[in-house]
Design a protein around this ligand. Sequence first.
Ligand code: ADP
Length: 480
Amino acid sequence: LKKIKSFSSLKFKSWSYFVLFALSILLLLQFFQSILFEQSYKGTLEKEIKSLTTQIENIYFKSEDQSIAIQQVNEIVSKNQICVLFYETSSGQTTCFDATNTDENAIYVDGKINFNFINELKDSSKNTIIEIGQLNELSTKSIMVYGIKQIINEQEYYIFGNIALENTEYLYRTVQNQFIIISIIIMILAILISVIFSTMIAEPILSIKDEANKISTGDYNLNFEKYDINELDELAETIDIASKEVEKVDVYRKEFLANVSHDLKTPLTMIKAYAEMIKDISGENKEKRNEHLNIILQETDNLTKLVGDILNLSKYQDGTYQINFNAFSITSVINEATSRFKTMVKQDGIKILTNVQDNLIAYGDKERITEVLYNFVSNGLKHIGEDKTLTINAYISDNQMIRVEVIDHGCGIDEELLPYIWDRYYKIDKSYQRSQTGTGLGLAISKAILEAHHVGFGVESKINSGSTFYFELEQFNSNK
Ligand code: ADP
């Protein structure tokens, strides 16, 4: 397994890609060179013989001093191992400068002119000819002959340049040998660069990995260095943010577990105590027994609600839950909820005021929206102010949405804590006072439901003067 692992490591991969890249470039070069070498060699030689021939022609005809001119021409000819022949057409007079061997000359051998080229130039519609190949029976080499027709001093001249081609096979091999050395150098460079490059990337990744590993041990204080590679710095930052999130959830979860186990244990203890009391003492006394049974029933309800909340939230959050969109009267949902809450809080002297427009028909999941409303109202009642008044408004807002508001004048929420109250398990009051605190799940559930409806929601709150929790709903439009 370790072997396979090292094959898929960043180092091995970048190394192999670099080498592959260098190899393919070398192969490509090699391929083109083998095709183009001969062609480009001939091209170079053609340029050479053309330029040398014209150069000699210029020196020969334009120079003041004939003997100096001849000397210069001989120098060029012997330096370049060529032969240049001047042929005056009307008199047949020839002048030749030659530095070639017999088997390298196709135009002038042993004092004899090869008339093939002269005839060819005569017949040609152009003023120049160029011939390449085995142009002489004696020759063992390829020869290139370049010819020009020219009128000089009112006389017509044919001027020929002759150059032998080196054995291209031999030249090609020389270049190949050089190419092998260059290839070896390039491969070594490719390996070196890839090793440096992969180390440059792999090292920081490994150090990020080591740092991120701390999360699994419960250490959320990560310290990433600056790597000077944007993507890696961003990766480190993302892991850092994620670890802070995990830490937050971890803290909430611990608090939640403490709360829940406390909240589960208290009703169970009460249920057990009252059941024992009925068994031992109040079983015969109908009035007492009923009172105790009622407490047992109420505690059972509390337990059921708690367990229900936990189940609901996990259902909303793992995405298995589907919203059932339907048209429903939010007006009657609010009215029903209000009357139910009113009977519950009657003896505490709490007033619930409603300003609800008649017949507001919303489009959404009636059951879930009712749950949100209950959460907002019960939170409002838990944090009711000294005026002991809770107000519920529902109206069409400027953006043509139905807006539902639940307003209390209680303790309010610190501005800094506002973003957190929608997190699961979050509770501002960390004490385990049962009457005041819930599970910390109510607003998280509400948020999940409202987000699934894709509507606006939120809270406006001021410390010591109260909070307004609101959500919006789409109006039902029968034309849709
Ligand atoms: P809980 O079960 O604790 O009420 P919620 O998710 O419903 O959980 O609310 C989260 C926290 O937000 C509560 O613990 C409470 O501190 C705060 N909160 C919610 N509603 C109000 C309100 N109307 N006034 C002040 N604080 C509120």
